[in-house]
Design a protein around this ligand. Structure first.
Ligand code: FER
Length: 316
């Protein structure tokens, strides 16, 4: 019901229902496939609602320079592949994008980041927005991130999982995805790749709709995930009391909880509500408010900072 309300409320404000997807907008130049698609989304003024920034709503990690996604000569490269799996949850064969780090070998065991897209995206969205393989190759070459596997599934758990038509109509499928992730995606990855299969070696993060999913699923499954991130989390994020059913467990078991949003993102109230509750209840977290809107630059930049803290003894 709540979801429906949001669909109706936002649907009436938005110039387009496709949010986390670069639209064929004649105002912006065409996008080349081998560079990240950082074109601003459509004019978002008025999107979501009025923005009021509080004293904690500050940028604590600077915007990285653009060369973070520049392909470099002479460094080892990871591999990106699309794999298929049988989803018992959906009853179809589904696709996900998997990045394996440079020198990936079955003789080693790797931690895994599960990375979720927005309401208008699919399993290829993170690659399109951030040239994720290049970003990770660079971070790993510089030893800024530990070698890890990145899994980018399709968070729209329904038979037709393409981002077609009014993408808000598929919002219920983003709820169903909790079961697909836990029962189908993770077991598939753990049976096919050399991965460390415990909570301390699993991270879950996402952008917008995928940010809300990551907080919802991650915080209610702390036995499965110890590292959680929500970038510009959408209003599908559960209200704080529901989101954090066991405060003591969250306080002691989370290795990293990352929230971020752009100061020009009309959805910021959702993240502010979560962050203020975390602060009030003394749950350690990172809150990074940069100067972006609801856009790929914010997602890429926060992913860049977030992954540097993953799977380390002292993440901060
Ligand atoms: C909403 C506004 C935005 C909503 C979802 C979104 C479910 C998702 C945005 C995105 O993924 O970019 O009210 O409700």
């Amino acid at each position: 019901m709540r979801t429906l309300f949001y669909l109706m409320a936002v649907g009436s404000i938005l110039p387009t229902p496709v949010l986390a997807q670069s639209p064929p907008d004649s105002a912006v130049p065409a996008h080349k496939a081998d560079t990240p698609d950082l074109r601003p989304q459509r004019n978002r003024s008025g999107f979501g609602g009025p923005i009021e920034l509080g004293p904690d709503d500050k940028q604590i990690f600077p915007d990285p320079t653009d060369n973070i996604t520049q392909k470099r000569e002479g460094i080892a490269r990871g591999k990106l592949e699309i794999i298929e799996y049988e989803s018992k949850t959906v009853g179809t064969t589904r696709k996900m994008n998997v990045y394996t780090p440079p020198g990936y070998s079955k003789d080693r065991m790797y931690p895994v980041l599960y990375l979720l897209h927005g309401i208008g995206g699919d399993e290829s969205e993170w690659q399109r927005f951030s040239t994720l393989d290049v970003l990770f190759d660079n971070l790993i070459a510089d030893e800024k991130a530990v070698p890890m596997i990145v899994v980018m599934p399709n968070g729209r758990a329904q038979k037709n999982d393409r981002a077609e038509g009014n993408v808000f109509e598929s919002a219920p499928a983003f709820v169903v995805f909790e079961r697909d992730l836990l029962d189908d995606v993770i077991p598939t990855i753990e049976s096919r790749y050399a991965v460390l299969a415990d909570r301390e070696h699993r991270a879950l993060a996402g952008l917008s709709m995928g940010g809300g999913q990551s907080l919802n699923f991650g915080l209610s499954h702390l036995d499965t995930f110890a590292w959680i991130g929500g970038f510009s989390s959408a209003p599908n994020t559960k209200p704080p009391e529901e989101l954090l059913p066991d405060l003591e467990k969250a306080r002691t078991e989370l290795k990293l909880l990352w929230l971020s949003c752009g100061s020009k993102d009309g959805l910021i109230r959702t993240s502010q509500r979560t962050q203020r509750y975390l602060k009030e209840k003394g749950i350690p977290h990172i809150w990074n408010v940069d100067s972006h809107g609801h856009d790929p630059m914010h997602w890429r930049n926060n992913l860049y900072h977030f992954v540097q803290r993953l799977f380390r003894a002292t993440p901060e």
